[in-house]
Design a protein around this ligand. Structure first.
Ligand code: AHG
Ligand code: MN
Ligand code: MN
Length: 314
């Protein structure tokens, strides 16, 4: 064909082109692109990692793997010069980091490396990013404008939403993120569930819910990595991930700001829902950085069913 465009170029849609076609605001397009590129640097770190503990502790008192810290350094240092980021909050930082001059458009939340305890097992791990248009100390729905996660697995994939659907890209051999699944939409219900937490620590109502799912034939899928576990619900078009309130920690384990808000945004854009068992995740006000809450996230049927079980005789 005489127009000089090769079939390869004609049919692959890379991340920048996709966001441009979706009319994502220019600075947001460039920011999402920059963060996706940093996924390549973080992946390189994983490949060269010495998996030694950095000897540091984050504010949760958890040992930080050198990878957690280096992933955080990569993100922070690159965003420093983006010109679009005013504040950076991360699971690996004790406080809000001002990285702009004070007038930039966006506020970033980061779980630079999720599932770091899995690094030595070679199971998939990930990076979770939230992009906000104002300070994150509000209800998620009032501030979040985009979210993405990168899965470091057999393939490196990136799922993003800028409020116009949820889409998956795969990093190809040329180092380009090319569109693999567009406008991912969850079915009304799926067939997999991730239980989270130890059964001996769970509440009666949560256990009854798990028994219900199993009686319905749902298959247990749980790797211990939030990113691949959620990604499985999205790519299989349904099911539920939960990390519930536990007897000893009624607020559960996962962090509202760094893990739950971005995933709630992405799953809602795919037609699913995300709650803490009572309220929608994106309706919860963020009061502090290390705020945790229980999570039920996935296709509508399973999450609404969970809310029924949790409300029973309460
Ligand atoms: P992180 O590595 O960022 O601390 O996150 C780990 C989280 C999340 O990835 C996963 O869903 C959860 O920990 C698993 O917790 P358990 O080991 O208690 O199952
Ligand atoms: Mn995490
Ligand atoms: Mn982490």
């Amino acid at each position: 064909m005489g127009d000089g465009i090769s079939d390869y170029t004609r049919f692959i849609i890379d991340l920048r082109r996709h966001m441009w076609m979706a009319r994502v605001e220019e600075e947001l397009r460039r920011l999402i692109w920059q963060i996706a590129v940093m996924g390549k640097y973080i992946s390189a770190k994983i490949h060269e990692s010495n998996r030694k503990l950095a000897g540091y502790k984050n504010l949760y008192g958890e040992e930080q793997l050198s990878l957690d810290r280096s992933a955080d350094d990569i993100l922070r240092n690159q965003l420093q010069y983006s010109g679009f980021v005013r504040e950076y909050v991360s699971e690996e930082q004790d406080a809000v980091v001002q990285i702009g001059k004070g007038a930039e458009k966006y506020f970033i939340t980061a779980d630079p490396l999720d599932g770091s305890s899995l690094v030595d097992t070679n199971l998939s791990i990930g990076t979770i990013i939230g992009i906000h248009k104002k300070s994150v100390f509000t209800r998620g729905r009032d501030s979040i404008v985009a979210a993405l996660y990168i899965t470091y697995g057999p393939l490196i994939t990136m799922v993003y939403s800028a409020g116009k659907g949820t889409h998956e890209f795969v990093l190809n051999r040329e180092g380009e993120y090319v569109l693999s699944q567009e406008h991912i939409i969850l079915e009304e219900r799926g067939s997999i569930y991730s239980p989270g937490g130890l059964r001996k620590d769970c509440t009666e109502n949560h256990l009854k819910y798990l028994e219900y799912l199993e009686a319905q034939g749902y298959k247990l899928r749980y790797s211990g990595g939030f990113v691949p576990d959620i990604n499985q619900v999205l790519i299989k078009r349904g099911g539920v991930f939960t990390y519930p309130a536990l007897k000893k920690s009624p607020r559960g384990k996962l962090r509202l700001l760094f893990e739950l808000q971005p995933m709630a945004f992405i799953i809602e854009q795919a037609g699913g829902i995300a709650t803490d068992g009572k309220e929608e995740i994106l309706s919860l006000k963020v009061d502090n950085l290390d705020q945790r809450c229980p999570i039920y996230i996935g296709s509508r049927f399973e999450v609404e069913k969970a809310m029924e079980f949790l409300a029973a005789n309460s």
